[in-house]
Design a protein around this ligand. Structure first.
Ligand code: COA
Length: 351
């Protein structure tokens, strides 16, 4: 028995016949969407908040402005908007979804998951929904996870979303971090099959190194350091980063992940139409592209207008690049990310 349309999410998980030889299905990305909040926070605005300058921020990071969510705008609200756009571009209804995965480090609440809020918002009543936490690598961790479900016939349609309201975990008095981050969301719809026009997932790679957990972290607010009046004053529930070391690991891990993926998938680097890297710092992007020997006109950059939106960054970039026509039918796109954990990930998609 192969995959056939289940009546409910529960059915999805009992319909695989384990007596039959396992046959892996091709998995395709069939739609993308993204959303960024309206409010822009420019470098000139930040000059009024901390001891910094437009010139320093642009030279060291490439960022000109970032988007900030409204106070009452939740991570799930942004995720929902990106999800609706992805479903529309895929031509898939919410009821057809079997799986929703949200990658975020800024969930609406510790529990329930942000994915469950999204499921309710869009009316995806047949979907199982859960969150994953892999920081800036989260979208491609979600992709790899969804590929396993769809490729094994355990889900017909999967929705993956990365959404972050980083403005709630930024220390707005710390100039070394507050200039870097922004809010936003991106999403994609996956299904099995290699129909014409589908974006086939050729290969994906994920990796982690927990020995370097202290390079980039939010130390407070979890079970290790529960919120108290004192540690709120000490800003322990905000992002803390060792920037220089993070920079070096970002470059080497993105290079290594992309190279191993290219080799494993048997891709000629000359055939890659577009590299879509994590949008953290223009100098990191340039260094990775140089090491991969990909010219800058084949590297997608939008961080100058959004900053680093963690997991959402590569998802928003993927959607924008597709809508701008930066890749088309038959083109190979390489996505590569890096984040706290440490974590890294890459994926090759033939559109
Ligand atoms: N405005 C002005 N000066 C600033 C500043 C700011 N916003 N932030 C830091 N500085 C100062 C520092 O205090 C330091 O001053 P000092 O020399 O008097 O001590 C100086 O600028 C240099 O700081 P440094 O941290 O060495 O700068 P850098 O060139 O490494 O750039 C980052 C800092 C954060 C931009 C860079 O390290 C980086 O991008 N790291 C990776 C970040 C990242 O990608 N994180 C997410 C991973 S998913």
């Amino acid at each position: 028995m192969g995959f056939s349309k289940p009546k409910s999410a529960h059915d999805t998980f009992i319909m695989t016949d384990l007596t039959q030889p396992f046959k892996r299905l091709p998995v395709a990305v069939i739609g993308t969407g993204s959303y960024v909040p309206e409010r822009r926070l420019t470098n000139a605005d930040l000059e009024k908040m901390v001891d910094t300058s437009d010139e320093w921020i642009i030279t060291r990071t490439g960022i000109q402005e970032r988007r900030i969510a409204a106070p009452d705008e939740r991570t799930s609200d942004m995720a929902t908007k990106a999800a609706r756009r992805a479903l529309e571009s895929a031509g898939v209804s919410a009821e057809e979804l079997d799986l929703i995965i949200v990658a975020t480090i800024t969930p609406d609440t510790f529990t329930p998951s942000t994915a469950c809020y999204v499921q309710n918002n869009i009316g995806a009543k047949n979907a199982a929904a859960f969150d994953i936490s892999a920081a800036c690598s989260g979208f491609l961790f979600a992709l790899k996870t969804a590929v396993q479900y769809v490729g094994c016939g355990q889900a017909g349609h999967a929705l993956i979303i990365a959404s972050e309201k980083l403005s709630t975990v930024v220390n707005w008095e710390d100039r070394s971090t507050c200039v870097l981050f922004g809010d936003g969301a991106g999403a994609a719809v996956l299904r099995s099959g290699g129909r014409p026009g589908d974006g086939a997932v050729l290969a994906s790679d994920i990796g982690s190194d927990g020995t370097l957990h202290d390079l980039l972290q939010i130390p407070g607010g979890g079970s290790a350091c529960p919120t108290t009046v004192e540690n709120v004053h000490e800003r322990l529930a905000t992002l803390a980063m060792r920037g220089n070391e993070t920079f070096k690991h970002a470059v080497s891990h993105m290079r290594d992940s992309a190279n191993s993926l290219i080799e494993r998938a048997g891709i000629d680097p000359g055939d890659i139409k577009l590299v879509i890297p994590h949008q953290a710092n223009l100098r990191i992007i340039n260094a990775v592209a140089q090491r991969l020997r990909i010219p800058s006109d084949r590297v997608f950059v939008n961080l100058y207008k959004y900053g680093n939106t963690s997991a959402a960054a590569v998802a928003i970039a993927f959607d924008e690049a597709r809508r701008e026509g930066r890749f088309g039918k038959g083109d190979i796109v390489l996505l590569v990310t890096f984040g706290a954990g440490l974590t890294w990930s890459s994926a090759a998609i033939r559109w």
